[in-house]
Structure formats: structure tokens, C-alpha cells
Design a protein around this ligand. Structure first.
Ligand code: SAH
Length: 250
């Protein structure tokens, strides 16, 4: 069943209808060739989803009759906030897409000292818009009820001061603590923040700064992973261990 995120304002709870506008309209009529009476899922991106039936299709909009509210949970209760060092274009796109599929709540790109890409403020805004769009597409595709928020590009310090239950950073030089054991020591947490470094890794200063703010450095094991692999692998391990990955779909 195809899922579409629409603006919460376009859901009318009184007459239980919804209106799909924008790019999805063309997708529905031209690409998917859907017709009146066809069914789809409507989500407001905030956690509310409905089974709907198309009642009208025009060039500008698709009108939908909402048949029932869907209660099946596709969101993990555990919130994973991914702080990702800026990496080159397609890698960042990949990270946003895969981590959205896996179930992250928030993605916060930050300019690390060894980040190769340096972005101007205007460019950073365009990039955020692009990543937010990728997150939306991936959330639709993976049938999530929420679209993860992709925040504006920031600096490491500002992620370190955010409230969280467990603040972890992936450090390939960590030789005392593995992610596996740290997660097993924190089975009852609700929110976890994960920091992943750029291609060149974190600098000594960044490691010191993170540790001084209470971050715990962890290893992902004996092999050095590329940053995009490290992000997806760590998110998988976290949501597998403390969230709903690997569970049955009820
Ligand atoms: N340039 C570094 C590797 C950086 S890997 C080197 O050659 O040594 C890029 C990022 O992925 C790192 O900053 C870290 O956050 C993460 N990473 C990759 N492999 C890891 C591992 N085995 N353990 C912990 N973090 C890892």
C-alpha cells in the first residue's frame, strides 16, 4: 500500500477527508496511475496515519476519504538522535536515507574539524531542504508514521549540550568499550544520541571536548568502517538492542 505524507492542515477531522497536494499528485495519477476508489495510506508525519480511499483526482489535488485510523506502530519508542559529521554529498544522502529507514528520530549534521566539505550558510540551508526531502521519501517508503527531523548544519559543541539519556560517539581508536556492552548496560533508556565522525575521523581535540561533556566513546569492533557504514551499522545495533528492529510486525 502506498503511503503519502501530507500537511496536518490538509486532514479534515470533521468530514474525515484529506487532500494531497504538490508533487505527490503527479506521482499518484501519472506514475502509479491510481484511480478513484483506490486505497492508500495518509500520514501527517507526526505519528497519525489513516487508511484512505481516493474520491477525486484533479491536476492540482487528490481528495481522499479517510476510512480508518491505523494503530499499527511503525515508530520505535526509543528515540535515536544521530549527530553526523558532514561528509561528501552522496554519502550524506545515503546516511539520511538509510538511517530514516532504520528508525532514527532526528538527524543533526555538524561540521567536524576534518569534514572535507565546507558549506556556506546559504548552501547549508539548501542542503537541509534536500536532506529533509530524502528523509520524507525514505519515511514514506519504509512506512514510518513520522518523518525524522533533519536539523540545520551545526557544530559539535551544540549537540553535546543537548539533553539525552546516553551520549555516545563512535571512535575507532577506542580499545576499552564496545557498543554492544555499553548498550547492555543501558536497557531502560528512552533517548540516545550517537555521534559519527567524518571520513578522516574525529581529531584529538574533538575527542577531548566530547569526553569533557560526558560523551562515552565506543568501538564498533575490529574493522574500520566507512563513515556511512558506521552510521547505519550503529543505528541498526542500537535499535536492535534497545528498540524494535528484528521484532515481528504487529
Ligand atoms: N580515518 C580514520 C577512520 C575514520 S572512519 C582511520 O583511518 O583511522 C569514520 C568514522 O566512522 C569515525 O570517525 C568513527 O566515528 C566511525 N567508525 C568507523 N569504524 C569504527 C569502529 N570500528 N569503531 C568505532 N567507530 C568507527
Amino acid at each position: 500500500m502506498n503511503r503519502f505524507f501530507i500537511d496536518p492542515k490538509d486532514i479534515n477531522k470533521e468530514d474525515i477527508t484529506a487532500v494531497i497536494r504538490g508533487e505527490s499528485v503527479k506521482h499518484i495519477s501519472r506514475v502509479l496511475r491510481m484511480m478513484v476508489k483506490d486505497r492508500l495510506i495518509i500520514s501527517d508525519g507526526l505519528g497519525n496515519s489513516f487508511m484512505g480511499e481516493i474520491s477525486e483526482i484533479s491536476r492540482e489535488e487528490v481528495r481522499v476519504l479517510l476510512l480508518e485510523r491505523l494503530d499499527k506502530k511503525s515508530e520505535p519508542e526509543l528515540q535515536v538522535n544521530l549527530g553526523q559529521a558532514l561528509v561528501k554529498g552522496e554519502k550524506m544522502d545515503y546516511i539520511v536515507q538509510k538511517c530514516t529507514e532504520l528508525g532514527v528520530s532526528t538527524i543533526v549534521p555538524f561540521a567536524a574539524e576534518r569534514s572535507v566539505v565546507k558549506v556556506s550558510e546559504k548552501k547549508a540551508r539548501d542542503k537541509t531542504t534536500r536532506w529533509q526531502k530524502i528523509a520524507r521519501g525514505a519515511a514514506e517508503q519504509s512506512h514510518r508514521d513520522r518523518i525524522p527531523e533533519v536539523r540545520a548544519v551545526t557544530v559539535l559543541e551544540s549537540i553535546l549540550v543537548e539533553e539525552t539519556d546516553l551520549l555516545l560517539f563512535l571512535w575507532e581508536q577506542e580499545s576499552n568499550r564496545g557498543l554492544k556492552e555499553v548498550l547492555r548496560e543501558h536497557v531502560n533508556i528512552n533517548k540516545i544520541t550517537l555521534l559519527v565522525g567524518p571520513e578522516g575521523g574525529f581529531t584529538e581535540e574533538e575527542v577531548e571536548l566530547a569526553v569533557s561533556r560526558g560523551a562515552v566513546s565506543v568501538s564498533l569492533g575490529p574493522r574500520i568502517l566507512r563513515t556511512e557504514t558506521a552510521a547505519a551499522a550503529a543505528v541498526t545495533m542500537i535499535i536492535y538492542e534497545l528498540g524494535d528492529l528484528g521484532e515481528i510486525n504487529v
